[in-house]
Write a protein that binds this ligand. Structure first.
Ligand SMILES: [Mg+2]
Length: 219
């Protein structure tokens, strides 16, 4: 039986918000605007789709900027991630990133920690590496996108086991769709997620035990 370990990226697998880092490269004013929009979305005050294109237009990230932030993702990898993934993979769990972040920024981190599947938002660049748009069809550019991806995978792998780990409201939205939702507060503990999540951890060192204990009866 297939066992999926779904992981958020920003403020979960790593300690930064990629979009905020990209914004910072465009100066303090852009950064402040983008951070406000991100927090509004992550705390559930406004729908993700309302802020998504707006943030990207403000930032207009180049391919080179994405490469720099990709490196930062790797440098700020959350403690214990690699050990936790290794232990869970011994128990048959396949890690998959589901993120509202940008695919070209996330993929190098995924490769580094041995995650073969990434569901995120693609970006388009012109021949000079300048930003020309994002994949508007990407489910995670909207609220409800993460549960939608998980529901599709559950259809493709009937009877699969599913765990989701994340820090944000868009992660918490998956709780009714997965067998086990685990809120993550190792970078930022969001009140709404802490209140809503039936399980909550502050470190990846707690992850294997939480997954294996909670799901041992069912799977
Ligand atoms: Mg996050």
């Amino acid at each position: 039986m297939k066992k999926f370990l779904f992981l958020d990226c920003d403020s979960t697998l790593c300690a930064i918000e990629g979009v905020d880092e990209l914004a910072a490269m465009r100066g303090a004013e852009t950064e402040a605007k983008v951070i406000d929009l991100t927090n509004d979305a992550m705390d559930g005050r406004v729908p993700i789709e309302e802020v998504f294109g707006c943030r990207l237009s403000l930032i207009s990230p180049t391919r080179q900027m994405c490469e720099q932030v990709a490196q930062k993702y790797i440098e700020t990898l959350s403690p214990g991630v690699e050990d936790a993934l290794q232990e869970l993979s011994h128990h048959g769990w396949t890690p998959v990133i589901i993120s509202g972040g940008f695919t070209p920024v996330i993929e190098p981190l995924a490769t580094k920690v041995g995650i073969g599947e990434v569901h995120a938002v693609g970006l388009r660049f012109d021949e000079h590496g300048d930003y020309i748009g994002f994949d508007e069809e990407a489910p995670t550019a909207r609220n409800g996108g993460k549960p939608q991806i998980i529901a599709q995978l559950k259809k493709d792998y009937p009877g699969c086991a599913t765990v989701m780990v994340g820090d944000g409201v868009s992660d918490l939205e998956t709780q009714p769709t997965v067998d086990l939702f685990i809120g993550y507060g190792g970078v930022v503990a969001r009140e709404k997620v802490k209140e809503g999540a039936r399980h909550f951890i502050h470190s990846f060192t707690e992850l294997p035990k939480t997954v294996l204990e909670q799901l041992k009866c069912n799977h």
